[in-house]
Design a protein. Structure first.
Length: 397
C-alpha cells in the first residue's frame, strides 16, 4: 500500500464520514447474519445474496440509498474475503466495527483520470458522491492502480492508500546472512552486534499522556470534555505510531539492502499478545504484568518489521524455530537455561563465552537461517561472524 495524507474540506470530511458509516453499517449487518449460523441450520448468505439484500435495503431506506453503492458493496466484498481468510486459518473471525475505530471504505474500478496532480506536493483523487479531494503528493503514485482505500485514524487524520504491489529491494549479492532477535528492552538485535530500538514518546510526552489519562478517568461519559481529552490522547498515540512506522520502514529497507538472507524467529505474535484476563469462572493470573508485556511487544513493532521485510526482501526472509535461541551459546552450541544471567547478560558456563544476551540469540538465529538455506540448496552465502569465547569480557548493552 502506498499511503498519502488526505486533505478534505469540512464538507468533504462530512461526506467521507457518511461513507464510512454506511460501510460500517453494512459490515456489521453481515457479521450479525453469520453470527446466527449454527451447525444444522441453513447456511449464512453469501456475497451474491447479500448484494441482493443490499439492493432491497437501498430501495426501502432513503438514507442508505443516498450513499455510494460502490462503498457498500465493497464492504460486503471485504467481509467475504475476511470470512475466507478465517476459514483458511490465516486470520481471526471478523467482528463488529465500532464508530471511531478503523473508520474507512474502499473504492474499486479506479480509472487513470480519477487521480491527477495539481502541483509538486498536491494531488487530487475522485471519490464517488464526494468529488475531487486533495491529498499530499509525498511520493509518486503507483501506475495502473485499480483501487484505493480511504481511512481515518483516532486522531482525526484522513489517509489515502492505493493498492499496489510493493517494490522489492534488490539483494546486495554479498552472501551475508543476518539474524534478527526481536525483544522488548531491545526492539531488534542483529547478529552483527547492533542494537536497534523503536522510538517512543519522550519523557515530557509520557508525562502529558499520564495527565490526560487521569483527566479522562474523571471526565463524565458523553461530555464534551471527555471527547476533547480523548482527541488529545489520540494525537499523542498517533505521534508514537508514526515514529514506529517510520522506524520500521527505515530498518527494513536497511536490512534488505545490506544482507542477502535475513533470519527471524517464527513467532505467533497474535497468540503472544492475547489478554490474560481469563473469565469470571477462571480468572487469569499476573494480568497486569502480562498487559505490560503485551504493550511492550506491540510498541516494538515485531509484526510490522517482519511483514515489511517479507515485502521488501521476498524469498530472502527465513523463519527460524524460536526454541532455545536465547539459551544456546552461539560459540559452543551448549543449551543452558542458567546461562542468561539477566535480560542483557549472557555467560556460557561451558566455554566461558560472555556477551549481550540479545546479540547471542540473534547469532543463533543467523546460524539456523544459514543452515536452512544450505539445506534447501540455495545460493552459497556466508554465515554470520563467529565470535571467539571471551572468558573475562562481559558486554552489557
Amino acid at each position: 500500500m502506498s499511503r498519502y495524507r488526505l486533505q478534505p474540506t469540512p464538507a468533504q470530511e462530512a461526506a467521507l464520514l457518511e461513507h464510512s458509516g454506511h460501510a460500517r453499517f453494512v459490515w456489521n449487518l453481515a457479521v450479525e447474519q453469520h453470527a446466527h449460523w449454527r451447525p444444522g441450520r441453513k447456511s449464512a448468505p453469501g456475497f451474491a445474496e447479500q448484494c441482493r439484500q443490499l439492493t432491497q435495503a437501498r430501495a426501502e431506506f432513503a438514507w442508505l440509498a443516498a450513499g455510494s453503492i460502490i462503498v457498500q458493496q465493497q464492504a460486503l466484498k471485504d467481509f467475504a474475503l475476511a470470512m475466507a481468510n478465517f476459514f483458511g486459518g490465516t486470520h481471526r473471525r471478523p467482528t463488529f466495527r465500532k464508530r471511531g475505530h478503523g473508520e474507512g471504505f474502499r473504492i474499486v474500478s479506479v480509472k487513470a483520470h480519477d487521480v491527477r496532480r495539481l502541483s509538486r506536493n498536491v494531488g487530487e483523487v475522485r471519490v464517488p458522491k464526494v468529488g475531487w479531494v486533495r491529498f499530499r503528493w509525498s511520493r509518486a503514485v503507483p501506475e495502473g492502480v485499480k483501487s484505493y482505500r480511504v481511512t481515518r485514524d483516532r486522531a482525526g487524520r484522513w489517509f489515502l492508500a492505493f493498492a499496489a504491489i510493493p517494490q522489492s529491494v534488490p539483494a546486495p549479492g554479498t552472501g551475508e546472512i543476518v539474524g534478527v532477535d526481536r525483544g522488548v528492552a531491545v526492539s531488534a538485535a542483529l547478529s552483527t552486534g547492533e542494537l536497534l530500538n523503536a522510538p517512543a514518546l519522550g519523557e515530557r510526552e509520557r508525562a502529558r499522556l499520564r495527565r490526560l489519562l487521569r483527566k479522562l478517568a474523571r471526565a463524565r461519559r458523553g461530555s464534551n470534555r471527555r471527547s476533547k481529552v480523548k482527541a488529545a490522547i489520540a494525537r499523542l498515540k498517533a505521534r508514537e505510531t508514526d515514529r514506529r512506522r517510520d522506524w520500521v520502514e527505515k530498518t527494513s529497507t536497511d536490512l534488505a539492502r545490506r544482507f542477502d538472507v535475513i533470519g527471524m524467529e517464527d513467532l505467533k505474535i497474535s497468540d503472544m499478545t492475547r489478554s490474560a484476563r481469563g473469565t469470571i469462572e477462571a480468572p487469569g493470573r499476573n494480568v497486569c504484568q502480562k498487559t505490560g508485556l503485551n504493550r511492550g511487544i506491540l510498541a516494538s513493532g515485531w509484526g510490522q518489521l517482519f511483514e515489511r521485510l517479507e515485502q521488501k526482501a521476498p524469498g530472502r526472509v527465513v523463519k527460524v524455530n524460536p526454541a532455545y535461541t536465547s539459551q544456546r551459546c552461539s560459540a559452543c552450541g551448549v543449551v543452558d537455561r542458567e546461562a542468561r544471567e539477566s535480560q542483557a547478560c549472557f555467560r556460557c558456563r561451558s566455554c566461558g563465552y560472555a556477551g549481550n544476551a540479545d546479540v547471542n540469540a540473534a547469532q543463533n538465529i543467523g546460524h539456523a537461517a544459514g543452515h536452512a538455506v544450505s539445506a534447501r540448496e540455495g545460493p552459497r552465502v556466508a554465515g554470520p561472524v563467529h565470535r571467539e569465547p571471551q572468558r573475562d569480557l562481559l558486554l552489557v548493552g
